[in-house]
Design a protein around this ligand. Structure first.
Ligand code: SF4
Ligand code: SF4
Ligand code: SF4
Length: 253
């Protein structure tokens, strides 16, 4: 059987706008601070006086008024983007805790009014200040049943967004780990695939060159040479010259 902790019971009473006006980064951290008695129960303006009373009843402490020096409850206002001024930077999408803004990079953005909690977190990041707050003119809007109905919807969207962000972060971490596990190539060495590609290209070029080259001319068949006959003829020519020279010398004497 699931055990509902005190933190969860406190969190169930909070408006789930994740606005941070309580001084925490969302409703759950404020619930944790309340469970340990770290924070007073009058720090959540979107919950209003009725929210303080609900917390007081759960924790068995007296309901106390909001601190006039801090943020005070006020009528809810919805974000509205002046679409002709929007530059599509996506910063508001990244800031919205309940995915109430749709748009894409460099394209106009718009707020889904039914999902906007009025947390105001998209205002500050907008670089062109093109988000207005339009007050909700409904006296019943800040009453407890409406606040709790919106809280249920906001919780679903916030949790879905958190799950998506966690999934994205895990996938990114896995990709980085896989990349880190691939051994780095030795200094100066081209990657294996680059080497094999290069070898393939060289082989193909050599094959093309071989096919395009003209067939080599046939070598003339060498006549067999009778070396001894050549030597004999040379010796006969030398002997004849020598004899002629001797005859000439006799005639001079
Ligand atoms: S809704 Fe209330 S508890 Fe939640 S973040 Fe805002 S101020 Fe804090
Ligand atoms: S659109 Fe703006 S005001 Fe509305 S919920 Fe998102 S961040 Fe908050
Ligand atoms: S932050 Fe402003 S300019 Fe950027 S996408 Fe949102 S509305 Fe448009």
């Amino acid at each position: 059987m699931a055990v509902i902790t005190l933190v969860e019971r406190i969190d169930a009473l909070l408006p789930q706008t994740q606005c941070g006006q309580c001084g925490h980064a969302g409703c759950r951290p404020y619930a944790e601070a309340l469970a340990t008695g770290q924070d007073p129960i009058n720090r959540c303006p979107p919950g209003g006086d009725e929210g303080v009373q609900a917390l007081a009843a759960l924790l068995g402490v007296p309901a106390i008024p909001f601190d006039p020096a801090g943020p005070l409850p006020k009528p809810r206002a919805l974000a509205l983007i002046r679409e002709d001024s929007c530059i599509g930077c996506t910063l508001c999408i990244q800031a919205c805790p309940v995915d109430a803004i749709v748009g894409a990079a460099k394209l106009m953005h718009t707020v889904i009014a039914n999902e906007c909690t009025g947390c105001e977190l998209c205002l500050a990041p907008c670089p062109v200040d093109c988000i207005d707050l339009i007050p909700v003119n409904d006296p019943a809007d800040n009453q407890r049943p409406q606040v709790m109905a919106r809280a249920a919807q906001a919780r679903k969207r916030f949790e879905a967004r958190q799950a998506r962000k966690n999934r994205d972060a895990a996938e990114k971490a896995q990709r980085l780990a896989e990349r880190a596990a691939v051994p780095a190539p030795a200094a100066g060495a081209a990657p294996a695939s680059a080497n094999s590609d290069k070898n393939d290209l060289i082989r193909q070029a050599m094959e093309r060159a071989r096919q395009q080259a003209p067939a080599p001319a046939e070598k003339p068949v060498a006549e067999p040479v009778d070396k001894m006959a050549v030597i004999r003829a040379a010796m006969e020519r030398a002997a004849a010259l020598k004899a002629a020279q001797q005859e000439a010398d006799k005639d001079k004497q």
